[in-house]
Write a protein that binds this ligand. Structure first.
Ligand code: NOJ
Length: 533
């Protein structure tokens, strides 16, 4: 293996396939559409593409309910389309990461069909079946992330089955070793085809309390929050046994060269870092979602970066994420101007960045009225703010033509487009040397050219101003300072360094270069700068 590895130096770009590019005029994105846009990804300067699920699925949770782990949903294309996409991506030096969803299947998966057929079916134990409570209700108080109980009663066999998402997503029982073997085989199927890695869905939920104990109430729960927050998840999340499962998955990846897995894990740093494994034998990257969850101000972000750096094991490789298909977009959360600062930070911190499609344009969440809502999480929890994830899943904005070049003009896209697509789109921003897209491309180019950013060290720097986050990145003789103004007012940065001045190599405003004094560096509102020291 050559060090550093691609998943350490590279930038990951997440595509939500339904929303990227429609090639056959059905209003839903597909694999030939993604293939047609590979050169765009190359032009972005990203290194790997993660595709949200593309497998056969009844789409109860838009592909996160898988009915066949080793096929391609006809909506997205064929296996030949996938093989072509993989080959063409590789030919361009792009890696391809698939979504692996091991925690649950679709209720239409043959495994569950067998399991629910009778109490003595050999696959009964592949899922969690429990008798009703004495009052006939669910066996315990566990809840679904998408509202209501985590148990659904099956009339035919008189028992409840477990699902922490929609009832069409029954959970697999990894205490049965055959289940793990089946999932490892599914991994091998794709690795043998040449896939470079997996993003593993809800990996920290894969083990459950064998005693099925009730979870205690959360004393901090506020009415109006999603119901799932009303309990403390002692018995459904982050159980010690989950690490054995992840080690087994890592073992499969280790049978191949330079493959990787990035685990979806929403946990605070002290728990998250355990997912590298005691012997670095679990996730290559446990997703670091704290930039999504944190308050957005310089003090909070500075503390967060430094506590992550401090919590990481010596050989644990860091990673950073600003958005994904489950979270409000960064430009909506912090505003478009500040999103440029956030992007400069994402692409200059130490560790692997993951960028959600469209964030490179500053795409915003789109308000979707209830009648047009598609997401089961929103439909099942009317009135709960942020429950629907449709707003961050709208079609990619390619150009100013009707339907933004996502699908033909006469076709209705599966989700409405943002109203601003005539001006906020790839074609327009590619022409504008100061656009968000131009900023993104310059940042990835700098990252690629300068080992200080891709593999260098990180040191926090006191900017002498509480509104500014500053840090140094360094490799060999190369040293760069990044100073980020988190406020909407101009701020002065006073740096205590040996050098009196340094050269600006990039500003988020893309309008200044030149030498600046380090003892009095003026940052404009929402401006970030990179200086060569
Ligand atoms: C996490 C995924 O990111 C989300 O989109 C999905 O609904 C749940 N897991 C269930 O698979």
């Amino acid at each position: 293996m050559t060090h550093p590895l691609w998943w350490q130096t590279g930038v990951i770009y997440q595509i939500y396939p339904r929303s990227f590019q429609d090639s056959n005029g059905d209003g839903v994105g597909d694999l030939p559409g993604i293939l047609a846009r590979l050169d765009y990804m190359v032009s972005l300067g990203v290194d790997a593409v993660w595709l949200s699920p593309i497998f056969p699925s009844p789409m109860a949770d838009f592909g996160y309910d898988i009915a066949d782990y080793t096929g391609i949903h006809p909506l997205f294309g064929t296996m030949a389309d996938f093989d072509r996409l993989l080959a063409e991506a590789h030919a361009r030096g792009l890696k391809v990461i698939l979504d692996l969803v091991p925690n649950h299947t679709s209720d239409q998966h043959p495994w569950f069909q067998e399991s629910r057929a009778s109490r003595d079916n050999p696959k009964r134990d592949w899922y969690f079946w429990r008798d009703p409570a004495p009052d006939g209700g669910p066996p315990n108080n566990w809840l679904s992330f998408f509202g209501g109980p985590a148990w659904t009663y099956d009339e035919a066999t008189g028992q409840y089955y477990l699902h922490q998402f929609v009832k069409e997503q029954p959970e697999l029982n990894y205490r049965n070793p055959a289940v793990l073997q089946a999932m490892l085989d599914a991994m091998r199927f794709w690795l043998d085809r040449g896939v470079d890695g997996f993003r593993v869905d809800v990996i920290w939920l894969m083990a459950k309390d064998p005693l099925f104990r009730d979870e205690p109430p959360n004393p901090d729960y506020q009415p109006g929050e999603p119901g799932i927050n009303s309990l403390i998840h002692l018995y459904t999340q982050d159980l010690p046994e989950v690490h054995d499962l992840i080690r087994a998955m890592r073992g499969v990846l280790n049978e191949y060269d330079e493959r990787m897995m990035v685990g979806e894990i929403y946990l605070p740093y002290d728990r998250l870092v355990g997912y590298y494994g005691t012997n670095m034998d679990e996730c290559h990257l446990p997703f670091n979602f704290q930039l999504i969850l944190s308050q957005w101000n310089a003090t909070a972000i500075r503390t967060l970066i430094n506590s992550y750096e401090a919590a990481l094991p010596a050989t644990g490789w860091p990673n950073w994420v600003l958005g994904n298909h489950d979270q409000s977009r960064i430009a909506t959360r912090v505003g478009r101007d500040q999103a440029r600062v956030a992007t400069m930070m994402l692409l200059t911190l130490r560790g692997t960045p993951t960028c959600y499609y469209g964030d490179e344009l500053g795409m915003l969440d789109v308000d979707i009225p209830y009648e047009k809502m598609q997401d089961p999480s929103g439909l099942n929890q009317p009135g709960v703010v942020g429950a629907s994830r449709d707003p961050e899943r709208t079609p990619m904005q390619w150009d100013a033509s009707p339907n933004a070049g996502f699908c033909p003009p006469a076709v209705e896209p599966w989700l409405p487009l943002a109203d601003d697509y005539p001006t906020v789109n790839v074609a327009a921003q590619a022409q504008d040397v100061r656009s968000m897209l131009s900023l993104f491309r310059q940042l990835t180019a700098l990252r690629r050219a300068m080992p200080a950013f891709s593999v260098g060290g990180y040191a926090s720097v006191d900017a002498g101003n509480p509104q500014v986050v500053a840090y140094e990145r360094q490799a060999g003789a190369e040293r760069y300072l990044v100073a980020l103004n988190f406020s909407a007012e101009a701020q002065a940065v006073v740096l205590d360094t040996e050098a009196a001045q340094a050269e600006v190599v990039l500003s988020t405003h893309l309008d200044r270069l030149g030498v600046e004094p380090l003892t009095n560096l003026q940052l404009r509102a929402n401006e970030g700068v990179i200086l060569r020291l």
